[in-house]
Design a binder for this molecule. Structure first.
Ligand code: PLP
Length: 413
């Protein structure tokens, strides 16, 4: 006999059992409810530049609009030729060798490409080394693909550099790949070439694919330089570099990113994997075409992001005030972010009594109407960090951090 309708729950797939993306998790639902009630929330939770007045360069908007009429059809699954050519030239500037237009895949943001890259690579039980803290889409995508995200620690005492001993200890016969996020979200670390080289050495020893997420490669402070992983790797190492328009070019809503395959000798060995990537790219036909018309304009010519990060620039001023205000709070310490759009301060467990960092962030939302993301959402193992987006004007950030300091004083033990 058929079961009564109310007992036949529609359950999500078991594939989602280990998949979570808590940057947009339960606390955000509370924030939405408060907004519906008419409250104003200061959203320091998502790295979305445009709502904070960081608008895309005018010439990018003009070029997308000018090309709209001719962007009605599907394009090649890997993307528009002119856009891929511009990305190829960007690879030459970043000294990533041997990249041709066929080695470039354009996607609906880096997000889509991260999922595609994991889906094409992983068999059930395969392991991927992912940093902790991480940008959690990497973990979610590895787990969704039947793989298993294994987190290697980054060392806060060492400016959040990857802990090489921890990486070595966590490589197993199932490890297929290692992920590097540089400049890093959430820590703001930018790795010197020696660190990247050491990581590449481990990858070579164990024949791991290297995924290098470089979406913040142009958001750098204090004159620090970013060197692409692909520029430091040997020809026999497969490196997949991700980048896009969302951050440096402030068009996150356009959903446009790209993936570059480098390592001339390795590419031959990886032909089957690359064929898998091409198939997944063709299954979704192509990425949003109008947005692809922004790529050539964005990458060529003057890089307006420099006005924001050099001395006198708005992003730099905001990074500075965040860093200063956080470190002035007793019991809080923050490594100076050298790139990207975030700070990831530590709330000393000897000073604060925090058992559950999601509850902390929820309390802050309810009491101060400020929305942060808890450190554990970035797969950080302890409830002793939060991530703060450094996008609001310095004055607004300063005020928010004063309120955060006040709020935290109630958590002192
Ligand atoms: N990778 C990192 C490290 C990010 O921080 C983000 C977005 O915040 C993404 C990838 C996703 O970017 P996209 O907008 O290109 O999907």
């Amino acid at each position: 006999t058929p079961q009564p309708l109310e007992s036949q729950k529609l359950r999500k797939s078991d594939k989602l059992a280990n998949v979570c993306y808590d940057i947009r998790g339960p606390v955000l639902d509370h924030a939405k409810r408060l907004e519906e009630e008419g409250q104003r929330i200061l959203k320091l939770n998502i790295g979305n530049p445009a709502p904070f007045g960081f608008e895309a360069p005018e010439e990018i908007l003009q070029d997308v609009m000018r090309n709209l009429a001719t962007a009605q059809g599907y394009c090649d699954s890997k993307g528009l030729y002119s856009a891929r050519k511009a990305i190829m030239q960007e690879c030459q500037r970043k000294e990533i060798p041997g990249v041709g237009v066929e080695d470039i895949y354009i996607g609906n943001g880096v997000s889509e490409l991260i999922v595609m890259a994991m889906q094409a690579l992983l068999n059930d039980g395969d392991e991927v080394l992912i940093p902790a803290p991480d940008y959690p889409l990497w973990t979610a995508a590895a787990n969704l693909s039947g793989g298993h995200a294994v987190h290697y620690l980054c060392d806060e005492q060492a400016g959040w550099a990857p802990d090489m001993a921890d990486i070595r200890a966590k490589v197993t016969s199932h490890t297929r790949a290692i992920v590097l996020i540089n400049p890093n979200n959430p820590t703001g670390a930018v790795y010197p070439p020696a660190v990247v080289r050491e990581l590449l050495d481990i990858a070579r020893e164990h024949n791991l694919v290297v995924f290098s997420d470089e979406i913040y490669d142009k958001i750098l402070y204090d004159g620090v330089e970013h060197i692409s992983t692909g520029a430091l790797a040997d020809d026999d190492q497969l490196v997949i570099t991700m980048n896009g328009l969302s951050k440096s070019y402030r068009c996150a809503g356009f959903r446009s990113g790209w993936m570059i395959i480098s390592g001339d000798i390795a590419k031959k060995r990886a032909a089957d994997y690359i064929q898998g990537l091409t198939m997944l790219a063709s299954m979704r036909l192509c990425a949003n075409v109008p947005a692809q018309h922004a790529i050539q304009t964005a990458l060529g010519g003057y890089q307006s992001i420099n006005d924001l990060i050099l001395p006198g620039g708005r992003l730099l001023a905001q990074r500075d005030i965040t860093f200063e205000k956080l470190n002035a709070i007793p019991g809080v310490s923050c490594v100076k972010p050298q790139g990207a759009l975030y700070a990831f301060p530590r709330l000393d467990p000897k000073v604060f009594n925090i058992q559950d960092d999601q509850q902390l962030v929820l309390d802050l939302l309810l009491q101060e109407k400020i929305l942060l993301v808890q450190g554990t959402a970035f797969n950080w193992p302890e409830p002793d960090h939060v991530r703060i987006v450094t996008l609001p004007w310095a004055e607004q950030l300063g005020d928010a951090l004063d309120r955060f300091a006040n709020f935290l004083s109630r958590y002192r033990q």
